[in-house]
Design a protein around this ligand. Structure first.
Ligand code: ADP
Length: 646
């Protein structure tokens, strides 16, 4: 009921009592009934209403007394009036007190309503007696709907343990905390962090329970998703067939930061302090490894040896310096090929990728993915060996064709030796002997003898299965030597050879004999292609520097060219159109030219470890041809200038 209804009721009741008091012949303390007026006014919860009602009641009591008894005597009517006034005063005081207490409670309840948590109070039977605004909003029932209902029935509470166990814990300590589930009016289930506190009466008996609930549904869902994801990644880590190492690079990071602070470049520091490599290997801590990695190194137990990178990386590794430089530069990853050491001391060749941590200071770890390539390596070695055998066979075959040319080349200086020897003898026999002439003739004989010996050496080198070298070579000398080897073949086939090398070409780096063989092959192929052809037979060898300081050598002929369908397969091993051809020449040429170049850092490290440089030219070889317009082979090699600036 609204306040005005209470006010109206109080006014009407007061008037009724007044009229009854004045008009009724009854002699009694009727004015005591004004206490009811005060109590009705108190229902408005407003202090002013109580005070107005009390004042009104007092005025009306006095007025009725004056009207009925004037000032006639101070007998029992006066006493009754006084009792009534006292009763009104006491009732007013009590009403005001009770109002103040109610107001305090209401203020406290308003505080509970400010909470974001759902708070309700239930009595010991579970019946709800208080329900805050958050509860109304989240659960969907208003306070009026919820109060009086049994909490567990309304909310379909699901406890983490048996309800009786929870209740027992509450009674024992007066408090309970835990996770439980409630259902809202719309049927949604909420996961709640719940705190209960028991309310006791003066005798210590429980009279009610204050329940506070925080909705953690989203947090719980996010947490569950995180756990699922964590489990998934753990599974990927544990069951992956690729070895994975988790490494802590923070100590190395700190050292590198010191170096950077000193103003030295990392590469310089590494060059000046070779022992830093060894120390850095020990600074990288292994945090975890997966099963695939353990089995790769034949280790049974994760804790067996895994302390630092130094424990697993082979002593012959040449990639680590490069990884350090990449890490210092802030690269995201580094990959390469190296060797790890298995528990029985065997070297395991591996391919690896290191994914560097984005910020090692925050505890991020580097992840290294490792793939065992023992089998692949074995196959590769076998292929390389087969290739070397074939290359040798091809050289022998080439030599077969060159025999005439060689005989010619060697016989020429030999003849010159003989001729000069004879001339010397003739000058000696003179009387007196012409010693100056003799000396001159002997000098010529020695020079020609040396030339013959050089030719023989060159041929032997060409034939040898010697390991490859990386020498600095002048292109002009290389071309000259190659041409010397095939000169006779070319002359016999009536081919005009035109050589045009750009002056002052920078040197190239590579294996002299192998590169010579490439040129010899190309020239002999051209000679074969043009043999028996009518019209001009021309061959051009040109060389020039490219924009990026590489050197491009072009070997071109005016032969029949290469049909389109053959162009694709030209560099395949055993592709030949000749009856007695082997089809290995161009395949070997291309492999020789294009063998990948190592990075300079790895090269440096290889040299430090006393390993010979590998057969690595790092160039490109292509072919173009238009039918009946001859074939053009293009060989690009990095010059010494280009690799110095790379
Ligand atoms: P082979 O000389 O033993 O056949 P190669 O690998 O040297 O092996 O050459 C493969 C094939 O490429 C040759 O059989 C020939 O058909 C073709 N070829 C190579 N060079 C030329 C060229 N200058 N002109 C036309 N065809 C060529």
């Amino acid at each position: 009921m609204s306040n005005s209804v209470y006010r109206l009721a109080a006014v009407l009741l007061a008037l009724g009592i007044f009229l009854f008091d004045v008009l009724s012949p009854l002699e009694g303390a009727i004015a005591v009934l004004y206490v009811l007026v005060v109590l009705i006014a108190a229902r408005t919860s407003r202090r002013a209403d109580v005070l107005v009602a009390a004042a009104g009641a007092i005025v009306l009591t006095v007025l009725a007394y004056v009207i009925s008894h004037a000032m006639e005597s101070f007998g029992s009517p006066a006493l009754r009036a006084a009792v009534s006034l006292a009763a009104i005063a006491i009732a007013t005081a009590l009403a005001l007190q009770s109002q103040a207490a109610t107001e305090t409670l209401a203020a406290q309840a308003r505080l509970l309503n400010l909470s974001h948590d759902m708070i309700f109070v239930r009595d010991i039977r579970g019946v709800i007696t208080f329900w805050n605004d958050a509860a109304a909003e989240v659960y969907g029932w208003t306070a009026a709907e919820a109060i009086g209902r049994v909490a567990d029935e309304l909310l379909g509470t699901k406890y983490p343990a048996d309800r009786a166990v929870v209740e027992a814990a509450l009674l024992k300590s007066g408090r309970w905390e835990g996770i439980l589930e409630h259902q809202t009016r719309t049927g949604a289930r909420l996961v709640l962090d719940s705190r209960w506190a028991i309310q006791r009466d003066r005798h210590g008996n429980g009279v009610g329970v204050l329940e506070t609930h925080t909705d953690i549904t989203e947090r719980q869902t996010a947490h569950a998703a995180l756990v699922r994801s964590e489990r998934r990644y753990r599974r990927m880590f544990d069951t992956s067939r690729i070895g994975v190492i988790e490494e802590d690079w923070s100590a190395v990071q700190a050292e590198l930061a010191n170096v950077a602070e000193e103003g030295t470049s990392i590469a310089d520091h590494l060059a000046a302090n070779p022992d830093f490599y060894t120390r850095a290997r020990r600074l990288i801590r292994i945090v975890d490894v997966n099963a695939a990695f353990l089995s790769m190194l034949s280790v049974d137990d994760r804790t067996q040896f895994l302390n630092t990178l130094d424990d697993v990386l082979g002593a012959a590794d040449t990639t680590f310096p490069g990884a350090l430089v990449a890490f210092a530069r802030g690269d995201a990853f580094y990959e390469g090929e190296t060797e790890m050491v298995s528990s029985d001391g065997k070297a395991v060749p591996v391919l690896f990728t290191i994914t560097f941590p984005s910020s090692p200071d925050d505890g991020d770890k580097a992840l290294v993915y490792v793939m065992d390539i023992t089998d692949r390596k074995r196959a590769q070695d076998a292929i390389q060996q087969a290739q070397a055998e074939l290359a040798h066979a091809a050289r022998v075959a080439t030599l077969g064709e060159l025999t005439a040319s060689i005989a010619h080349e060697v016989s020429q200086p030999l003849m010159a030796v003989v001729t000069n020897g004879e001339a010397g003898m003739r000058w000696l026999r003179r009387d007196p002997p012409e010693l100056n002439e003799v000396e001159f003739a002997l000098g010529r004989a020695v020079a020609e003898g040396r030339r013959a010996s050089d030719i023989v050496k060159r041929i032997r080198a060409f034939l040898k299965k010697a390991p490859s070298h990386r020498d600095e070579l002048a292109l002009s000398a290389l071309v000259e030597d190659a041409v010397a080897l095939v000169q006779r073949e070319i002359a016999k086939a009536n081919i005009q050879l035109k050589i045009d090398l750009q002056p002052h070409l920078p040197n190239i780096r590579g294996d002299r004999v192998q590169l010579q063989q490439v040129l010899v092959n190309l020239m002999i192929n051209a000679a074969h292609a043009m043999a028996g052809q009518d019209g001009a037979r021309m061959q051009f060898i040109t060389a020039a520097k490219t924009e990026v300081d590489d050197i491009e050598i072009i070997v071109q002929d005016t032969g029949p060219g290469i049909p389109n369908e053959h162009l694709q397969r030209l560099f395949e091993p055993f592709f030949t159109t000749k009856q007695d051809g082997m089809g290995m020449g161009l395949a070997i040429c291309k492999t020789t030219i294009e063998a990948a170049r190592q990075t300079d850092i790895e090269d440096d490290a290889a040299r430090r470890l006393g390993k010979a440089g590998l057969n690595q030219h790092g160039g490109r070889m292509t072919v173009e041809s238009l039918p009946r317009q001859g074939a053009t082979f293009r060989v690009t090699l990095p010059s010494v200038d280009a690799s110095a600036t790379a």
